[in-house]
Design a protein around this ligand. Structure first.
Ligand SMILES: [Zn+2]
Length: 445
């Protein structure tokens, strides 16, 4: 045995490792083949949608409904959302139409999904008619290389094959500027702004200068990164934009008056707090349509708002029983917002405050304005219900039954409550509020 080596395998271990490596050699092409089969199937769904859309009226809206409906059909059987499925279908169509060489290499197991995705991403800067040349060269470039190594080369290849200059392309790219938000866990989100390079650099520099001034004038233990993030939030939440088309003759505009609106569901116990010790604080508070936020933030919010909507929920089933109310219609809206919390199309998480209240059985056809006939739908799914053959009915207790155009049935339950108390033996269990008609109501609507 050579003692200078740090790692030694026994003969048996080497043989077993060889078996594992052989299995990986066998699995990789098999996996590629099945993944590409899935891509081709999704592209077929895209082709069906395109065929139907072409036959529809010329309106862009009705054509879009076809794509949504087809995506929702596939999303139902693959346990994803129709939005995400529509993205996958679009990607599949692009692979099939523009990158046949890449797809073949992937199917044969010569490259992986990671390579094919990198080819697709790098190729997006190219006009469609320049992609065939790019595809042929890119597929060969990927073979035998790791995705990380080949990405830069793919980028350069796309730049070389591009028929337009960077200056020309920047004019178009600017049109895609946008701001988005992505939850990163532990009650935190990343705010992502896609803006021209020069503006991003300027914002970065200004935050740096302001943070330096704060650190020099009054160091308070916060790091530079923390101060930069605090300044950014402060300015965005309280500042007024310089360009305000609503400014009147006296220099008063309304944009600066607009305040942010967020909806949170707070269990009553979270407001009490437990010695303010985060380690003991096990309750969670839901920022509706997003991720949980910490109870301390919820308590701070509770102290800052002028009014509360108190909800009484069934202690076991969690069904919302009533809300404190002054006006009939306002209370009904509050109750539904508390019950639904988000859009009720299967899989959708758009917060209820960004949704419309829909009469499940059409109001114009005699559907009552009653909590048993109302639910929240986002604009996207409201129009899908109106304009496609997706159908829905209410089963009671806030439960919805959706039926897809091909007849597949999906049951959507109202979201589970955040905190529940179970009876601890003795005494009759409280009446179950789920299913059928709503339970007896202490404040009838
Ligand atoms: Zn929705």
């Amino acid at each position: 045995m050579n003692t200078s080596r740090l790692v030694e395998f026994s003969e048996d271990e080497l043989a077993e490792l060889d078996e594992v490596a052989c299995a990986a050699e066998r699995i990789t092409p098999a996996l590629g083949a099945i993944e590409v089969e899935n891509v081709r199937n999704q592209a077929r769904a895209g082709a069906i949608a395109e065929r139907v859309a072409r036959r529809q009226s010329a309106s862009v809206r009705s054509q879009e409904m076809v794509y949504r409906s087809v995506a929702a059909e596939l999303a139902g059987v693959t346990f994803t959302t129709d939005r995400s499925m529509q993205v996958q279908i679009n990607q599949a169509v692009e692979w099939v139409e523009c990158y046949p060489a890449t797809l073949s290499a992937w199917e044969a197991g010569r490259i992986t999904r990671g390579h094919a995705t990198a080819v697709l991403r790098c190729g997006t800067v190219l006009p469609r008619d320049a992609r065939a040349e790019f595809d042929a060269q890119a597929a060969e470039m990927c073979v035998g290389q790791s995705v990380g190594r080949v990405k830069d080369r793919l980028d350069h290849l796309a730049q070389e094959l591009h028929p337009r200059t960077l200056a020309e392309r920047h004019i178009d790219a600017r049109k895609d500027r946008r701001v988005g938000r992505q939850s990163v866990g532990d009650g935190m989100s990343a705010l992502i702004a896609c803006v021209p390079e020069i503006l991003a650099a300027a914002i970065d520099d200004r935050l740096n200068e302001q943070a330096s001034t704060i650190i020099d004038a009054d160091p308070d233990g916060r790091t530079r990164d923390q101060i930069r993030a605090d300044i950014l939030c402060d300015m965005l939440l309280t500042g007024s934009p310089l360009a305000d088309p609503t400014i009147d003759g006296d220099g008063n505009g309304t944009l600066g008056m607009i305040r942010a609106k967020v909806q949170v569901v707070v269990p009553a116990l979270a407001l009490v707090g437990k010695d303010n010790d985060p380690a003991n604080d096990t309750t969670t508070v839901d920022l509706v349509g997003s991720a949980p936020i910490d109870p301390a933030t919820a308590r701070a919010l509770a102290g800052a708002v002028a009014s509360w909507e108190r909800l009484v929920v069934h202690p076991v089933s969690g069904q919302v029983l009533c809300t404190d109310s002054y006006r009939r219609t306002a209370s009904m809206a509050r109750l539904l917002r508390a019950r639904d919390r988000h859009c009720r199309f299967p899989g959708c998480r758009r917060p209820a405050i960004r949704c419309e209240l829909d009469h499940t059985f059409d109001y114009a056809l005699g559907g009552p304005t009653d909590i048993r006939n109302l639910c929240h739908l986002c604009q996207r799914h409201h129009s899908m219900k109106q304009f496609t053959s997706w159908g829905v009915r209410q089963l009671g207790g806030g439960i919805l039954e959706w039926t897809s155009p091909t007849g597949r049935v999906y049951i959507d339950h109202p979201p589970a409550p955040l905190v529940r108390f179970m009876p601890s033996g003795g005494g009759a269990p409280p009446p179950d509020g789920s299913g059928g008609a709503p339970p007896p109501d202490p404040a009838p609507f």
